[in-house]
Design a protein. Sequence first.
Length: 89
Amino acid sequence: MTDRRVTEPTELIYLPSPSWHPALLAAGLGGVIASIYTWWPYGVIAAAVAIFALIAWIRDARSEFGRLPRRQRLTTAAIPAAPPRRSQG
């Protein structure tokens, strides 16, 4: 039996950095909806917050996407070719 362990990572997973943009967008949209029942200038301020958050979120996502590598070196299959053996014990 040969040793099939991979010594170095060949496929990398890239996660986006944490962000307040989704929470600010949700708060802004909630403020717009709440301003229907309250004073309208609250809605204007909330809409400005929501638009700012959306634009900043899109800008950050485009920046992070642009930094990703274009290709990865693949040497292993995503699913093992042989089922794992159960240990008898």
